[in-house]
Ligand binder design. Sequence first.
Ligand SMILES: Cc1ncc(COP(=O)(O)O)c(C=O)c1O
Length: 406
Amino acid sequence: MAAPGGAGIGPISCPGSGNDAPVFGRALLPHWTLEEGMIFLNHGSFGATPRLVQAEAKRWQSRMESQPVRFFRDELPPALRAAAAALAGFVGTAPERLAFVENATSGINAVLRSMRWQPGDEIVTTSHVYNAVRQTFAFLATSAGVISLEVPLGMPLSDATAITRAIAARMTPRTRLIVIDHIASATAVTLPVSEIVALARAAGVPVLIDGAHAPGMVDLAIDALGADYYVGNCHKWLCSPKGAAFLAVAPNAAVAPHPSVISHGFGQGFSAEFDWVGTRDCSPWLATPAAIDLHHAMGGQALRQRNTDLARTMATMLADALGTQTGAPTGLFGAIATIRLPFAGQGDWVKAHAMRDWIWKNRRMELLVTAFDGQFWIRISAAPYNEAADYEAIPAALLDAWRALT
Ligand SMILES: Cc1ncc(COP(=O)(O)O)c(C=O)c1O
């Protein structure tokens, strides 16, 4: 797939589809607009959007501003549904059961705030739940008396199957919903979502999967997973513009979710309600088919496997170099991975952030440093533009940061 005109860069190679050998790593950087001279090892937090996809979003914005009334009234509704159909095909669900939302937080809120809760109803989740989601549970606790139960998973994780058993043990007759990460932010572990859904189904409990990291990182077949609700971000590993995410709902879902913002489409069905939540810039959603095309052009499944392999290999290399361990067996990692740091202390967030900031200021390397279960960790990302050399300087940077700050 060629870069946008005038960018002065070559085509992105299509592994397996032409004569070009697959090209990944720094050679791809000209296709992104990342600041020159830095090493960007945190694609996982907010993604990074390639030029071509940015250009497609700008094209939609120009289209919108050329005749706003015609755009919103006539062009946007079918264009949104066409984009939803392309995304539904990519993630393995039906277009009419997929709606765009701005981000995973918004999709999760739509589900949680559409349910009719009774005081004492329980949500079962894990200690690896994303903090914004935990805060939504806190809101439900104060507004509706809902109790959230976090299954403590600890870190490092040794065994994914133990997670399903631990969730089963936490369920009670008052369990109304299971909320589970597909890929947890804190540990970077891919959770056994199919097994957890099977367990929940057997108990008649609906499941909401937080797949914020999944689209573009792992092979995704949402309908085959069988969860009631699946929320995914496109702006992380699919490289859509920021503000592109989706909510997919199973045909037999317990409750039909409404968007958190109610507008004209109320009562007219799922896509009518979600497709219009007031006047807004929909270009991140409309540019998502271009992000899907680009993902395929970079190899699709081969790209996802390449990123996963790189993250796993680099995690092992870093754990060896630091004399520590990975946050889980590397087979449980996708394109993000966690490694424990060899520093003593309580693993507090203030120090973790100070290390991250020191490394950025002094080494021009964007690296996520976290504190979890009383210890310090790093979470690395392996994006198409990363290569093994990007990770070499991490151990020395961490040791220098620690010395400078203690
Ligand atoms: C597991 C998980 N859930 C939810 C989110 C929130 O995503 P967003 O900020 O796009 O709403 C993230 C973001 O990193 C995440 O990792």
